[in-house]
Ligand binder design. Structure first.
Ligand SMILES: CC(=O)N[C@H]1[C@@H](OP(=O)(O)OP(=O)(O)OC[C@H]2O[C@@H](n3ccc(=O)[nH]c3=O)[C@H](O)[C@@H]2O)O[C@H](CO)[C@@H](O)[C@@H]1O[C@H](C)C(=O)N[C@@H](C)C(=O)N[C@H](CCC(=O)O)C(=O)O
Ligand SMILES: Nc1ncnc2c1ncn2[C@@H]1O[C@H](COP(=O)(O)OP(=O)(O)OP(=O)(O)O)[C@@H](O)[C@H]1O
Ligand SMILES: N[C@H](CCC[C@H](N)C(=O)O)C(=O)O
Ligand SMILES: [Mg+2]
Length: 485
């Protein structure tokens, strides 16, 4: 594609161009390590380093176009330089243009919020596949183009991979695409240039303060997604969350709400909770769903609302809703021969932990003890550590604090940060076991018939990330091996 053609139809503020504008562009990259002969390299300021530092590396690798937004000292003959106002914004828009604007050819729905993104987006994808449509999914657990699976590295991929996936979906005949929109992605403009048909807000509770610093900044990032939705989109929000309506304040999109506790366009009522599912009512229609926990009623309600807003038949949607099953690593139950149950769940925030433990108590109904195995990620929000320990102790009979992706931190010092939230009385029900496998073994040894063990934080993850190396570790495999299943 000619450079002229690439930049002509996109809304990027070009400040200056230097060199041949007629040059043929063979590919685009924002990472110098991915540049090949004839590529355009987009230099952007990152969180760790400044991409402008890699301009000469990119040219050595064959870049013939450099798109940048900071002053640069030298230019190289035979290379075209395009100065833009905002490189991060340009990457997304150039990626869209390069891949033929795939989001404009799909009905793309984004899901944002602290918890429930993977669940909601995955269930929407499953819903639309079952309704008979071609559909794709971009999620933390796995990416799908119809039934083809592609491993996921991020919750929201970088703009170039993202548009490449969407283009693959278009080529494979998908009409719908569902994706998670993380706050990091909004803040870093990974979604610039995408045309959304809808946006869904799940909830906002504490997480990622290492990155956003304050809850206000975290909220601002989430809201920006809705501020940027077009008039042709719908914005569907959870009004039971205290920031639900804030998301709609400045959006041009058509506003819709869902609720369990108050009124909303989509309204659910919980009729009965049990270990294998929940009886609910949605907009006056009763159904049995195969999910446990009030939080999952919210996820299902969002799926229902979005499906209806996308024009689907209410009856068909309800029938499929009752057949949907939980997502990998979310409230996955494993029963021991001795009569206790282990639950592997991805709860890695204070709110998720509280919700999942409450859901367990709701169905246990005082029948057995709850033993929790909990850790916190290294190089992530440190302020959530003592709170997660407190919530675990408050809602469990026995807690085992352990490791969950220590990354570049000392596992024991992460546990110490968790312990700092506990007083001596709370410490009486707490054990600290650094080795996660040993922690799970201990929990299984302590459990008796009727008890529930919650193994939180890793869900679908099949690794333990230690000092940049991902060692194979899968909670579900470990539990099954210990229980001889
Ligand atoms: C902190 C963070 O979010 N970083 C993300 C960000 O990196 P960055 O652009 O800031 O990278 P950088 O290393 O500072 O480099 C700056 C620029 O120089 C370029 N570069 C760098 C090195 C080089 O040799 N050559 C080169 O050209 C880079 O390609 C980049 O364009 O943009 C990259 C591309 O989109 C991401 O891969 C990267 O994710 C890192 C690996 C990460 O761990 N991110 C996590 C925190 C994250 O994004 N998580 C959310 C989910 C959170 C949740 O809700 O649970 C997610 O969406 O996955
Ligand atoms: N709607 C919800 N409200 C609160 N907690 C939830 C909700 N849905 C799921 N959870 C809890 O949060 C955990 C993570 O759920 P899920 O993977 O769907 O969220 P996510 O937003 O995609 O997370 P991430 O930001 O890591 O991608 C679940 O295992 C469960 O414990
Ligand atoms: N997307 C989240 C996942 C956290 C999962 C947990 N296992 C951890 O490593 O903290 C994050 O990167 O913060
Ligand atoms: Mg997710």
């Amino acid at each position: 594609m000619k450079l002229q053609e690439l930049v002509s139809n996109i809304q990027v503020d070009i400040i200056d161009t230097h060199g041949d504008k007629d040059v043929d562009v063979k590919g685009i990259a924002s990472d110098s390590r991915k540049v090949s002969e004839g590529f355009a390299f987009i230099a952007a300021q990152g969180v760790q380093v400044d991409g402008h530092e890699f301009i000469s590396k990119a040219i050595e690798s064959g870049a013939k176009v450099i798109i940048y937004d900071r002053d640069i000292a030298d230019t190289v003959l035979g290379v075209t330089y395009v100065k833009v106002k905002d490189s991060a914004d340009a990457i997304g828009k150039l990626a869209s243009a390069w891949f033929g604007n795939p989001s404009q050819k799909l009905q793309l729905v984004g899901v944002t919020g602290t918890n429930g993104k993977t669940t909601t987006a995955t269930l929407l994808y499953k819903m639309f596949r079952q309704l008979g449509y071609g559909a794709g999914l971009l999620s933390t657990v796995c990416n799908y183009v119809n039934d083809d699976e592609y491993p996921a590295t991020h919750t929201t991929p970088d703009p170039i991979s993202l548009n490449e996936f969407l283009a693959k979906m278009v080529k494979s005949g998908c009409e719908y695409a569902f994706m998670e929109v993380s706050s990091h992605a909004i803040h870093q403009k990974r979604i610039s240039g995408l045309l959304f048909r809808g946006g869904i807000f799940t909830n906002l509770t504490q997480d990622h303060l290492d990155y956003h610093k304050t809850m206000q900044e975290y909220l601002k990032a989430k809201k920006l997604f809705f501020d940027n939705l077009p008039e042709s989109a719908f914005a569907l929000t959870n009004v039971d969350d205290k920031n639900g309506l804030v998301m709609l304040q400045n959006t041009k999109a058509e506003k819709h709400t869902y609720s369990v506790k108050s009124l909303g366009d989509f309204k659910a009522r919980i009729l009965e909770k049990h270990f294998d599912g929940t009886a609910i009512e949605i907009n006056g229609r009763e159904l049995e769903v195969q999910f446990v926990g009030v939080f999952n009623v919210y996820n299902l309600l969002a799926v229902y609302g979005a499906s209806v807003l996308l024009g689907q038949d209410i009856e068909k949607v309800l029938v499929i809703l009752s057949t949907l099953k939980s997502v990998a690593g979310r409230f996955e139950t494993i029963r021991s021969k001795d009569g206790f149950t282990a639950i592997v769940d991805y709860a890695h925030t204070p709110d998720a932990l509280t919700n999942v433990l409450n859901a367990i108590h709701d169905v246990l109904d005082g029948g057995g003890r709850v033993i929790s195995v909990v850790g916190c990620g290294g190089n992530r929000d440190k302020t959530k550590r003592p709170i997660m320990a407190q919530e675990s102790v408050r809602l469990s009979d026995q807690v085992i604090l352990t490791s969950d992706n220590p990354r570049f931190e000392e596992p024991q010092s992460i546990i110490d940060d968790m312990v700092a939230g506990l007083d001596p009385v709370q410490m009486k029900k707490t054990l600290c076991i650094v080795e996660r496998e040993q922690a799970i073994k201990t929990a299984c040894a302590l459990a008796k018939s009727g008890d529930v063990i919650l193994i939180a934080g890793k869900g679908h993850e099949d690794y333990q990330d230690v000092k940049g190396v991902k060692h194979h570790f899968d909670d579900r495999e470990v539990v099954k091996a210990i229980l001889g299943l």
